[in-house]
Design a protein around this ligand. Sequence first.
Ligand SMILES: *[C@@H]1O[C@H](CO)[C@@H](O)[C@H](O)[C@H]1NC(C)=O
Ligand SMILES: *[C@@H]1O[C@H](CO)[C@@H](O)[C@H](O)[C@H]1NC(C)=O
Length: 160
Amino acid sequence: MVFKDYTFFSYVFLETIVILLTSHAHGAGLCDNSPNKQVCDSIVYTRTDPHDAVVAACHKLVYETKVAKVVAQSQPNSTEIYNCITKFDGSIVFAKYALNSLNVSQPLSSNAYLIAARANYKLCDEGFQNSGKTNPIAKSTKHLQDMASVGAYLATLISS
Ligand SMILES: *[C@@H]1O[C@H](CO)[C@@H](O)[C@H](O)[C@H]1NC(C)=O
Ligand SMILES: *[C@@H]1O[C@H](CO)[C@@H](O)[C@H](O)[C@H]1NC(C)=O
């Protein structure tokens, strides 16, 4: 169901490598080298264990995606908004897979699933761009993308 696009997966693979290469800095805080540091801080709080931080990020992502879905459902229906709702459902599944990957000690899979979740939020935006319309929920999808990036980054801090 979710593994249809091979180009997309090579993209995920490449991006995972890039994140790995850029993430080997050690500092006091988990968010020191994170993208969207402010979003990272709001997820991590006082946590110092990256595993716990990714669990928190995944739960928050699932919750916030459900909120965004409700907002999307309150919009007049259109091909674009319908696409967003479908993509959000996919992101929720990806975030849950990311959690499962952590449970079986596969932080790299967790990272890839969170990048996949982020790609789905982008696809929501792109649907609107392609038809020349303004995305009424662009703020939500931007925030969700930032959260997914943070979660994916935090997953690279887990030593497997
Ligand atoms: C919303 O629009 C999509 C695409 O046009 C359509 O497939 C779907 O059935 C519609 N949903 C509702 C609840 O009308
Ligand atoms: C992960 O494992 C914990 C502890 O065994 C369990 O409570 C939790 O439900 C599991 N989560 C998932 C997503 O499988």
